[in-house]
Design a protein around this ligand. Structure first.
Ligand code: NDP
Ligand code: GDR
Length: 332
């Protein structure tokens, strides 16, 4: 039985990855940090199948204990302060968790289990300002947020440990990926959750920032398969994972409202509060290397993804608010 250790297992990607690895027969260890109110929402259905270890990315001693206990064949480093907007008001915490946290984990793996295969959750945010489109593995980085800068550090330290210590360390440069398990602060989920509440009469408006930003949005369930594939190759390498399509935030909004028969213009209000100090205007990834070398394929399209998220949020709010479903088919 292969042993995998996942940091960030309670997050969106961690939960899909844990499911995938459990299905493949892995023994899955998950690192959780102490919170005043534990949140297992994403992993409730598999909570009992995960071996829980306590740890924090900023505390090397806790990671040391966790890796010694798990003795993993594969380590998936997904933990991060992952919300770009928060990285301006919390640049140091973001650096400590999202940048130096990677070194903490790499050091522990190097010392305790140097033959373990290591996956680092790198991000298209590292590309930042448009230098080249579509963006690929060789496109230079120009990050535009403290988060992007921290991820660029995490990326290069992973490459450096591979080259310095001959570790099997891979970096997946993943473009935005979403799901019904996405945090409510990210724009896709913020939109789909609001659309559901508006449709059910629970709220009347949705406040957003820049509607012109373009993102390459895919489905998280498809993307975790690429993480696993990277660690099954003969040699470690870095890969861009994306859909190869880009859409504006406005297109996302149009599809989400349109899916429940509403016109977004009647509900969306632009609020400067959600406009960022520096924006990433356009992300569009070229994932031909991953397709060719990993045999990785997308299964869910952008439109299917948005509709799936709206449907789930409708279902959730209907149950929570006790609103009856008068026309089930409309949302299925
Ligand atoms: P989430 O924000 O959903 O999950 C982040 C996870 O990290 C949570 O489990 C969180 O735990 C954990 N975490 C945060 N801080 C610490 C800490 N100090 N110590 C230990 N654990 C911590 O992110 P996603 O699942 O969306 O993303 C996974 C990874 O992939 C992240 O590194 C993200 O930056 C990166 N990424 C994501 C992309 C996306 O579009 N989703 C695209 C490219 C990269 P808790 O539950 O306690 O908060
Ligand atoms: P992003 O995701 O910053 O790309 O990072 P997010 O969904 O937060 O923003 C996407 C774009 O939408 C614009 N936007 C808004 N965003 C939010 N959150 N709220 C708003 O009200 C709003 N209005 C407009 C933003 O300006 C931005 O252009 C995500 C995270 O998952 C990172 O961890 C990951 O590394 C990258 O994707 C790839």
């Amino acid at each position: 039985m292969k042993r995998a250790l996942i940091t960030g297992v309670t997050g969106q990607d961690g939960s899909y990855l844990a499911e995938l690895l459990l299905e493949k027969g892995y023994k899955v260890f998950g690192i959780r940090r102490r919170t005043s109110t534990p949140n297992y929402e994403n992993v409730e259905h598999i909570k009992d199948q995960i071996e829980w270890l306590d740890g924090d990315m900023t505390d090397l001693s806790s990671l040391l204990r966790a890796v010694k206990e798990a003795l993993p064949d594969e380590v998936y480093n997904l933990a991060a302060q992952s919300f770009v907007a928060t990285s301006w008001p919390q640049p140091i915490a973001t650096g400590e968790i999202t940048a130096l946290g990677v070194t903490n984990m790499l050091e522990v793996v190097r010392i305790v289990k140097p033959d373990a295969r290591f996956y680092q959750a790198s991000s298209s945010e590292m590309f930042g300002k448009v230098v080249e489109t579509p963006q690929k593995e060789t496109t230079p980085f120009y990050p535009r947020s403290p988060y992007g800068v921290a991820k660029a550090y995490g990326h290069w330290i992973t490459v450096n440990y591979r080259e310095s210590f001959n570790m099997f360390a891979c970096s997946g440069i993943l473009f935005n990926h979403e799901s019904p398990r996405r945090g409510l602060e990210f724009v896709t989920r913020k939109v789909t959750d609001a659309v559901a509440r508006i449709k059910l009469g629970l709220t009347t408006e949705l406040r957003l920032g820049n509607l012109d930003a373009k993102r390459d949005w895919g489905f998280a369930g498809d993307y975790v398969k690429a993480m696993w594939l990277m660690l099954q190759q003969d040699t470690p390498d870095d890969y861009v994972i994306s859909t190869g399509e880009t859409h504006t935030v406005q297109e996302l909004v149009e599809i989400a409202f349109g899916h429940v028969g509403l016109n977004w213009k009647d509900y969306v209000v632009i609020d400067e509060k959600f406009v960022r100090p520096a924006e990433v205007d356009l992300l569009l990834g070229d994932c031909s290397k991953a397709k060719e070398k990993l045999g990785w394929e997308l299964e869910v399209s952008f439109e299917e993804l948005v509709k799936m998220m709206v449907d789930r949020d409708m279902e959730k709010h209907r149950i929570k608010s006790g609103v009856q479903n008068e026309n089930t088919n409309q949302f299925c």
